[in-house]
Design a protein around this ligand. Structure first.
Ligand SMILES: [Fe+2]
Length: 287
């Protein structure tokens, strides 16, 4: 059992029964612990250091069943969306206010309030005061978790993860395969911006639909669709300069229901390197 030295005198207050994620947890117990520690201000206040450069946190208590943290939030500071590794949690705000976003709902927790959440809860939390110092107010909160020592897990993906996910869903085509598919009726869609098309050249016969309107032009259910986007069976081959953003775009078309959408591996540069026909000159108008 770890107790912050300043809480050593109240060790007996935290002799609680173990809690586990698969138990029917009395979550109010975690709220009680958070409130109990919050009430011991003379003990935690000297530890607290709000830092405008990095969010302050210090563990005050760790037992076999519960851990308790002291968090300091300078104005503008927050934690992006995360879960607590399957732990139950509770927190109470002791000064300032925190803005919690979870399941599409934003809740402001003001000083004196407390809340709890279950093991599958996913949220972001930030100081409700977004003004940077010195205009904004600091916030301070006490958090209790059970079981203890489970990792904070951040949600969201890096762009490389997004790319890998996208490509795992695509049957990508090399230049020759793409040319054969186009000959058989596939739509080759160039999503590069005009400046890039002017600099690199173009592929004769490709439809030019810039990335910002791609989904609206190709969704068969969209009022802004092009005539060629006439059904979900249509094979669309997205291409860009080197075949990176085209993978993300093709995955987005998959999401629209265009299940045959894919992209040109290596992009325009691979097409050109394969000796397939290209055009130079003024960029083709977008559709
Ligand atoms: Fe959290």
């Amino acid at each position: 059992m770890f107790l912050h030295p300043r809480l050593e005198s109240v060790r007996g207050s935290f002799d609680r029964a173990p809690l586990h994620a698969d138990d029917a947890l009395d979550a109010e117990l975690l709220v009680d612990v958070a409130r109990e520690v919050a009430g011991l201000e003379a003990l935690w206040r000297p530890v607290l250091r709000h830092n405008p450069d990095a969010r302050f946190y210090e563990r005050l208590l760790l037992t076999g069943s519960i851990e308790v943290w002291l968090l300091g939030w300078a104005p503008g500071q927050g934690v992006r969306i995360h879960d607590h590794g399957g732990a139950w949690g509770a927190f109470t705000v002791v000064e300032g206010a925190l803005l919690e976003a979870a399941e599409g709902v934003r809740t402001t927790h003001r000083a004196g309030s407390a809340t709890w959440f279950g093991p599958r809860w996913t949220h972001s939390v930030a100081n409700a005061s977004r003004n940077p110092s010195p205009g904004g107010a600091i916030a301070t909160s006490i958090h209790a978790y059970s079981p203890p020592s489970l990792p904070l897990r951040f949600h969201g993906h890096t762009v490389n993860q997004l790319l890998a996910q996208a490509r795992s869903r695509l049957v990508r085509l090399g230049p020759t395969e793409a040319a054969e598919a186009v000959a058989a009726g596939a739509l080759l869609v160039d999503i590069r911006p005009a400046a890039q098309r002017r600099a690199e050249g173009e592929i004769p016969g490709a439809l030019v639909i810039e990335r910002n309107v791609l989904e609206w032009r190709l969704d068969p259910a969209s009022d802004a669709r092009i005539p060629e986007a006439d059904g979900y069976d249509r094979q669309v081959i997205v291409m860009c300069s080197e075949g990176y953003t085209s993978s993300l775009a093709a995955a987005s078309l998959n999401d629209l229901g265009l299940y045959r959408a894919t992209d040109l591996a290596g992009g325009f540069k691979a097409w050109e390197a394969a000796g397939l026909p290209t055009n130079r000159g003024e960029p083709t108008p977008v559709v």
